[in-house]
Design a protein around this ligand. Structure first.
Ligand code: ZN
Length: 292
């Protein structure tokens, strides 16, 4: 397996990589800069779209449009022009909250969680789902830093990370209704190894967890909780990952500069870069899209 960084600008807080099979490109965001990034793997052309807001995630729609999670809610984004249009407002009464990680589920809903980004106040965040008809349903409350999400290949399970718990949890998931139930802890990351952040799942149902403060992505078996393998990166704060490339066999990994002292950053010249690990020997699943 060969890992290297893409030739793209570094992000302050790179997050939410999404593989776009139709356009053969990778999308990701820089939350703090409110930027959406696009990179075509064959032409190596990079584009940056400024949203003018904090932007925590970019997702694909059936229509070809994009969905972005902005400071004040869900919005459509026109992939060609970058213009946005509000879909649903969220937590307008909570000015210190913003969205964090988001993902589409197998039924075409958008799941997105929030956090207090000013003080990090424990339990201030929630997890929501945006339904096809644009109604928003609250799924979980008392969340501190809503992060990684994944659905099992058979669509029976929902995996979720609230980072400060240092746990990956599993829920039973009902695809038709979007109901989640029967929460249990399946993976625990020791304090010395960092905090789980974003994650993705491969076609064998194994989880790939980006470890903030842990310079790594770890592949776990969610059924035994065992670590199967580890990708080491030259950057301390690793934020998220997704499979991409023509055969979904390459792992794309986002990282951050934020959360590190200037001193520490001197030793991490690649902090904030997007990395790709070619030929992982594993295969991802095509991304779910918002059913619009
Ligand atoms: Zn994250």
């Amino acid at each position: 397996m060969e890992c290297f960084n893409l030739r793209v600008p570094a992000c302050e807080l790179g997050e939410g990589p999404v593989w776009d099979p139709e356009r053969q490109c990778l999308w990701w965001v820089d939350i703090n800069q409110g930027a959406v990034h696009q990179y075509h793997i064959t032409s190596e052309i990079h584009r940056e779209i400024k949203t003018g807001s904090l932007c925590s995630a970019v997702l694909l729609c059936d229509s070809g449009k994009l969905i972005v999670t902005l400071k004040d809610g869900f919005a459509y984004m026109d992939a060609a022009t970058g213009s946005t249009a509000c879909l649903a407002k969220i937590e307008e009464d909570l000015p210190e909250n913003r969205f964090n990680d988001a993902k589409c589920d197998p039924a075409g809903r958008v799941w997105a969680g929030t956090m207090n980004y000013c003080s990090g106040q424990p339990g201030a965040g929630n997890l929501y789902a945006l339904e096809a008809e644009h109604t928003v349903v609250k799924k979980l409350t008392d969340i501190t830093c809503s992060n990684g999400m994944a659905w099992s290949p058979d669509h029976q399970l929902f995996y979720y990370i609230d980072s400060p718990t240092r746990e990956v949890t599993a829920f039973s998931y009902d695809k038709a209704t979007g109901t989640i139930s029967n929460k249990r802890t399946i993976i625990q990351i020791p304090e010395t190894q960092g905090m789980p952040d974003g994650m993705t799942i491969d076609d064998e149902g194994m989880l790939w967890v980006a470890v903030w403060g842990g310079s790594s992505v770890i592949r776990y078996d969610p059924f035994s909780g065992k670590c199967l393998s580890k990708i080491q990166l030259p950057v301390v704060n690793v934020t998220s990952c997704t499979f991409g490339g023509e055969n979904l066999e390459d792992l794309y990994i986002t990282t951050a500069m934020t959360g590190q002292s200037d001193e520490a950053l001197k030793e991490q010249p690649l902090a904030g870069q997007v990395f790709v690990c070619k030929n992982t020997g594993c295969k991802g699943l095509p991304p779910h899209k918002f059913r619009d």
